[in-house]
Design a protein around this ligand. Structure first.
Ligand code: HEM
Length: 226
C-alpha cells in the first residue's frame, strides 16, 4: 500500500500515469478515426458503424467510463506535475533550457486546453445533439440514426468546419510533443534514439490531423453531401 502511495507521490510515478493515460487516449482517437472514416464508404457504412457501437450496450459504457477515467487522470496528474515543476524551478536556471522547456510546456498546456474545449463542444454537437436537436429524429431507410446526415449537415456550417480544423490542428500539436515524451517516460527510448522518436511522433500526429481534417474538408468541398 505504501509503495503505491510513494508511486503516486513521486514525479516519475505521476509521469507514468500521464503517459499510460495518454496512450489510452491515443488508442481511443485511433479507433474513433477509423470508425469515422467509414463515412467515405457512404451513409450505410457510417450509420451501421454507429448503430453497432450503440448495440454494444454495457460494453460501450465500460469503454466510456475507462475513457473518462483516462482523461480525468491525464489532466489531473499533468496539473500536479506543472505545479511541482514551478515550485522546484525558481526562475534563474540556464536561460536556453528554461526558454525551451517553457515554450514546450506552454504549447502543451494551450493545445491540451483547446482539445478539452473542443471535446466538450463536440459531445454537445454529436453525442448529446444540443446544437442541432432536430438531428435526433433523423433516421435512415433501415431505421437507424442517420449519423451521415448529422455529420454532413453539421460540417456544412463553415464556422463549425473551421473550428474542427483548428482543433484537430491543436490536437496534432499536442501529440507532436506528447508521443515522443511518453516513450521517453516509459523508458522505451534512449537519448540517442530520441530524435527518431520525435520525428515518428510528429508523423503520427500529423497523420491524425489529415485523417480527422479530411471529413469537414470533404463536406466543404461537397465531396460528401446529403
Ligand atoms: C472530424 C472529426 C470527427 C468526427 C466526424 C467525429 C464524429 C463523432 C460522432 C458522430 C460521435 C457520436 C457517436 C455516437 O454517439 O453515435 C462522436 C463522439 C465522440 N467523439 Fe468524435 N469525431 C471527430 C473528432 C473527434 C476528436 C478529434 C476527438 C477527441 C480528441 C473526438 C472525441 C469524441 C468523443 C470522446 C466522443 C464520445 C464517444 C461516446 O459517446 O462514446 N472526436 N464523434
Amino acid at each position: 500500500m505504501s509503495s503505491l502511495h510513494c508511486f503516486f507521490n513521486s514525479s516519475i510515478g505521476r509521469k507514468w500515469i500521464v503517459s499510460i493515460t495518454g496512450l489510452a487516449l491515443i488508442g481511443f482517437i485511433t479507433v474513433h478515426l477509423l470508425g469515422n472514416l467509414s463515412i467515405f464508404l457512404g451513409p450505410d457504412a457510417v450509420n451501421g458503424y454507429a448503430a453497432n457501437l450503440h448495440h454494444l450496450g454495457k460494453l460501450l459504457w465500460i469503454a466510456r467510463l475507462g475513457l473518462i477515467a483516462a482523461a480525468v487522470l491525464h489532466i489531473y496528474f499533468t496539473m500536479l506535475l506543472w505545479r511541482e515543476n514551478r515550485q522546484a524551478h525558481p526562475q534563474k536556471y540556464a536561460v536556453k533550457q528554461t526558454l525551451e522547456t517553457t515554450l514546450y510546456a506552454r504549447t502543451m498546456r494551450l493545445s491540451g486546453l483547446v482539445v478539452f474545449g473542443f471535446v466538450l463542444f463536440h459531445l454537445a454537437q454529436f453525442t448529446w445533439e444540443w446544437v442541432n436537436p432536430e438531428s435526433k429524429e433523423w433516421m435512415d431507410a433501415a431505421g437507424r440514426h442517420d449519423v451521415y446526415r448529422m455529420l454532413v449537415s453539421g460540417f456544412s456550417n463553415p464556422w463549425v468546419a473551421g473550428f474542427y480544423l483548428l482543433s484537430v490542428g491543436f490536437l496534432a500539436l499536442h501529440l507532436s510533443h506528447g508521443i515522443a515524451s511518453l516513450f521517453q517516460t516509459l523508458g522505451l527510448t534512449s537519448e540517442k534514439l530520441r530524435p527518431r522518436f520525435e520525428c515518428a511522433g510528429k508523423i503520427v500526429a500529423w497523420t491524425f490531423f489529415l485523417g480527422y481534417a479530411s471529413i469537414p474538408v470533404s463536406v466543404f468541398l461537397k465531396l460528401l453531401s446529403n
